[in-house]
Design a binder for this molecule. Sequence first.
Ligand code: PLP
Length: 396
Amino acid sequence: MSEPTPAARGLYLDHAATTVPRPEARAALARWLDPTHGPLGNPSAIHRPGQRARVAVEEAREAVASALGAHPNDIVFTSGGTEADNLAVKGLAWAGAERGRRHLVTTAAEHPAVLEPARWLARHQGFELSVVGVGADGRVDPDDVLEAVRDDTAVVSVMAANNELGGVNDVAVIGAALRDRGVPFHTDAVQAFATVQVDVTGWQVDALSLSAHKFGGPVGAGVAYLRRGVPVAPVTHGGQQDRGVRSGTFAAALDASCAAAVSAAVVDRPELAARLRALSDRLADGLVAVEGVRRNGPSGEMDRLASHVHVSIDGVDGEALTFALDRAGLAVSAGAACGAGAQKASHVLEAAGVGGDAAVRLSLGWTSGAEEVDAAVEVFRETVGDLRLRGGGRVA
Ligand code: PLP
């Protein structure tokens, strides 16, 4: 199976929303969905077809655990980042409530997959929620997080890296302090994993979320790292398959494919991060050369993801710009893509106080190259110029 050429798929600079599946992940998925490899039973069945499938799940678990520096028993497969986040936030909150802890801490820049379960727990189940503000770069000050923590805090959730501005948080500092205080700590590493070395031991996290389609795996697969010994209540109830916290038939083919992507991503991560850092700087330089365009997010190189470029653009309408770029063959994201399709003010940009008439996130992935980046800059420059000539493209 050959890769689609950039020309065939257009200019795709929205890898943070979903990236191109890696060959290893495609091969694993095809292998485990192909009945000619023998009947693939239910991994919980005791017959041989079932046990063969179970081996696929357990091998996948081992591969993911080794990539994260974890034990296989710490790994629970989920349907993606949203489920992993819900399991961590609600599961740790409910387990904490059984010990009289009913307070939650998170940040204003979290993905809705964390913020919404936390708000739901506050709205419907009497939890108290502290939402810590972020700086103009979308990063949180670890001291602000630690100040919000109380004796009855059930869970603290701080993302490893922000999906919009690309700000990388100092989760290791937060993790060390919370471990000392015995407070469960979750981090959403969905955006970080592709380019940041994710190390659950070094970070001292008790729970961590991954989503396979963000680093070359299939959509519909994810990982919840849940450190053994830290109580977590189940979110889905049923046949008790995965450690009793995540019921449902094991998705052997998806799990194997997710693990293949994890392993492939870990092998080339340092090289990919260095390559994307140079490419994203080249992209940002090209974009800010257009008048009235400025880069948002952290200014320190290591404080931002190598893959993300976020810019504000004066004198154009955000919605009109995204549509015009798409018509010109350049796929980018206005704000963050994983909410609904509708464009509304991003809570992250609001929390960080990022201004401008329009804001666009461009994100790179393992298939990105200099040719595509240069072509994207050219399309951006022409499109912004055209829109400005037409009064910014505002719709009445
Ligand atoms: N967390 C972050 C930081 C994300 O960027 C996303 C998706 O973009 C999610 C969670 C949700 O992941 P999924 O869409 O795979 O459920």
